[in-house]
Design a protein around this ligand. Structure first.
Ligand SMILES: [Zn+2]
Length: 754
């Protein structure tokens, strides 16, 4: 069986412009959901469109499709990505711009000269790639350049005699006024507009605007206008003061406050690089795109419709109801919203400012505000969903609130979760009721369940215990709260316990009440309990079932076997591997992503085309040879240490003035060791291949209780490399003991993270 849900792996868009602000739905997810939940000819809607993924997936499957975004700069990128411009015309346009006259010089040279600096080795005048400014003194302190004459390159202080020229920045106030004028529409405060413009140095603002005016003159009526604006949009992003400079280079600041040291990129060179990136992305197939007013009504088969209508109006004007509504849940990012307003007005004029005005009023996402926005969006979308349709959302979120808010808001909009999937992106134990990063997929249907009679809080407590118990029993291993939280809240939603709120305030009240009920139920339950992690009792705990040990192998061991099996079946990419592994696990058992990845790296080897195959060392013959080699090494070592060796049942024993049993275990299976019970006599050692060390570490990091339990049961680890090293030097028992880590903690177990 193929899995419907997979971890979303980051897939860069065709050009990567504004990539850090965008969170598109992963293509394998979109493909799987479209195939599972719609039929050819059905209407698919992506209401929070971030890129062309859903458009492409739906069209490839013969569906009709509408994507919507109310962000004008995202819409611009979508148009360009849907219909990639050909490389030839892009290169011609770049040359034309480069050579367009500007104050007696070609534009490219003129703009590059704004960043002129003197090479410290040969004295030649070169255009710097960037300057690094000190915010407090408002002066450029360093420059990055490569001298075309002598080849000298680096990041060096700005020569003092140059500083006045960089400060003067021949910036006529005209350009700033021109941009400010475009941004000033009713509802946008002048103060905010000025603050946004202050995110650029006068030189950047001048260069960006000069470039924009030139391309508006030369390409106003051309199909190249959008691609050129997209390249300039990337330049607007890269040339702002919002980039931190550090040892390694530079990175985005992540807020609207320029860092103490910020980077001022050369606008012309950044634009040229963006045009080249566009030309490289031009090989993607063009979609038959319909954009602009009324696009959402023109859903002919084979047409990709891009709408900019607000959701209530979009839902009302669709040609029929959508059988599938899929999206990545949008994240509230007030910084990106404000920048989008700035860039929309700058690039598209007053029309862009007006279309983006709603973004200017996004504030920091308080819970109630977030709930209100979600509730409004889902309430607007619900009527657009066909009675048998699915509304499916994916998102990666830290903590508990995003999922809880979504489920409560959906319940208020008459939507019930009918398919849910929750995958841990971080599997380390945390506080008993805390959640690290999780990828959630939730598909809703318009079938409001009746709220159960009786006390909803009592019902929620029962639901919590039942669901958590079921999850723990199925996983057959201790689990962090993150593994319980998603299934538990999805169950509350499916049982109708999250419905009934009208306002966002009521919704938040309901969410809090349910959160408290869940915490109270779990903490007061006799069926399960949170066990503190040894050595970290105050901060970390794992949930376990009280009572008998599970009979099934732990989920981590089953995943290891499944990954190995998938790799043995032939080369496959990570998506195919996930489909195989997750598809063979019973519903609701989702292993953490770091575990899947650790198994892949432990057993796999990268082959051609980014695919993975079983590593040669993992073939059956190689494994047997390894075991024989380890046995031989142990026999030699034992003899030197004065023991007699004997083998039985795949184990080797040293008999002498004590008894040591060695097991050559090629896999990192924990379950078989835990179920073995206490030792009757002597001590025992697990000999493990080097290739498995990281996987053991991973498993112990996720479940430190296992490490403690294995230690208690008398297991010591001996790495392949440590054994072979012992053979080389003098044979004495102290060295052997140190390699095992039974003396002073200096040995093997320390390798497992203690
Ligand atoms: Zn030079």
């Amino acid at each position: 069986m193929q899995a419907l849900d997979l971890y979303s792996l980051p897939e860069p868009g065709p050009t990567g412009f504004l990539a850090r602000y965008r969170r598109p739905l992963a293509r394998p997810l979109a493909d799987g959901w479209v195939a599972a939940w719609s039929e050819p000819g059905d209407l698919v809607l992506d209401p929070f469109c971030q890129d062309t993924t859903v458009l492409r997936a739906a069209l490839a499957a013969g569906r009709r499709v509408v994507a919507a975004t109310r962000n004008p700069v995202l819409a611009l990128l979508l148009r360009v990505e849907a219909v990639p411009p050909a490389a030839g015309p892009l290169e011609a346009a770049l040359e034309r711009l480069r050579n367009a006259p500007k104050a007696d010089a070609p534009l490219g040279e003129y703009l590059d000269q704004l960043y002129a600096t003197a090479c410290s080795r040969c004295g030649a005048t070169v255009g710097a790639e960037a300057f690094i400014w000190d915010r407090a003194t408002a002066t450029p302190v360093a420059r990055e350049y490569t001298c075309p004459r002598c080849g000298h390159a680096g990041r060096e202080p700005v020569p003092p005699e140059e500083v006045p020229r960089h400060l003067a920045s021949d910036t006529p106030p005209f350009h700033r006024r021109l941009v400010a004028e475009r941004l000033r529409v009713e509802g946008a405060s002048s103060r905010l507009v000025e603050r946004l413009l202050d995110l650029y140095t006068p030189r950047s603002l001048y260069a960006l605007t000069a470039l924009l005016l030139k391309l508006e003159v030369l390409y106003s009526a051309s199909t190249l206008l959008d691609p050129l604006r997209a390249a300039l949009l990337h330049t607007l992003d890269a040339a702002s003061k919002l980039h931190v400079v550090d040892e390694a280079g530079w990175r985005p600041a992540g807020s609207l406050v320029p860092p103490r040291r910020f980077r001022e990129a050369n606008v012309w060179r950044t634009f040229v690089a963006a045009m080249r990136a566009l030309a490289e992305g031009s090989t993607r197939a063009a979609l038959p795109l319909v954009a602009g007013p009324g696009a959402e009504r023109q859903t002919a088969p084979g047409t990709a419709c891009l709408s900019s209508e607000p959701l209530p109006r979009l839902a009302g004007s669709l040609a029929g109801q959508a059988v599938l509504i899929i999206s990545q849940l949008p994240r509230f990012d007030p910084a990106f919203a404000a920048l989008s307003y700035l860039w929309s007005g700058w690039l598209l004029g007053k029309e862009g400012s007006r279309a983006a005005l709603h973004l200017l009023h996004q504030r920091a996402p308080g819970d109630v505000r977030y709930l209100r926005a979600l509730q409004a969006a889902l309430t607007a979308l619900a009527p657009a969903l066909a009675a048998h349709g699915r509304l499916a959302l994916a998102f990666q979120a830290p903590g508990t609130r995003y999922l809880e808010n979504l489920l409560v808001a959906a319940a208020a909009a008459g939507l019930t979760p009918v398919h849910t999937w929750h995958g841990l992106l971080d599997d380390q134990p945390g506080l008993p009721l805390a959640v690290a990063r999780v990828e959630h997929h939730v598909a809703f249907a318009r079938s409001a369940v009746a709220t159960p009679l009786g006390d909803p809080t009592a019902a929620a407590r029962r639901c919590a215990i039942r669901t958590a118990g079921r999850v723990l029993a199925a996983r057959a291993e201790p689990a962090p709260f993150g593994a319980l939280h998603g299934p538990l809240w999805s169950a509350l939603g499916a049982e109708g316990l999250l419905a009934g709120s009208r306002s966002a305030e009521q919704a938040e009240e309901l969410r809090r009440r349910m959160e408290a009920a869940v915490a109270e139920a779990l903490q007061g339950s006799n069926a399960l309990r949170a066990v503190a992690v040894p050595g970290d009792e105050r901060r970390a705990a794992l949930w376990v079932l009280a009572g008998e040990r599970a009979l099934a192998p732990p989920l981590a061991d089953r995943v290891e076997a499944l990954v190995r099996g998938a790799l043995a079946s032939g080369p496959l990419d990570v998506v195919a591997l996930q489909r195989r592994v997750l598809g063979q696990l019973p519903e609701g058992q989702v292993p953490a992503w770091p575990l899947i990845w650790a198994c892949l790296e432990s057993y796999g080897a990268m082959v051609e085309g980014g695919r993975w195959a079983l590593a040669e060392a993992e073939a059956e013959g190689a494994v047997q040879a390894w075991q024989a080699r380890m046995c031989e090494a142990l026999e030699i070592l034992g003899q030197r240490l004065g023991y007699t060796s004997s083998t039985a049942d795949g184990e080797l024993a040293w008999v002498g003035d004590g008894l040591l049993t060695f097991r050559m275990q090629t896999g990192a299976e924990v379950g078989c060791l835990l179920s073995q019970g206490p030792l009757e006599a002597g001590r025992r050692v697990l000999v493990i291949p080097e290739r498995r060390v990281d996987l053991w570490r991973r498993k112990f990091a996720a479940v430190p209780l296992w490490r403690a339990e294995l230690e208690r049961a008398g297991w010591a680890f001996l790495r392949e490399a440590a054994l072979l090293t012992l053979l080389e030097g003098p044979a004495d028992r102290a060295r052997f003991e140190a390699a095992l880590g039974l003396e002073g903690g200096a040995g093997q177990m320390a390798l497992f993270g203690r």
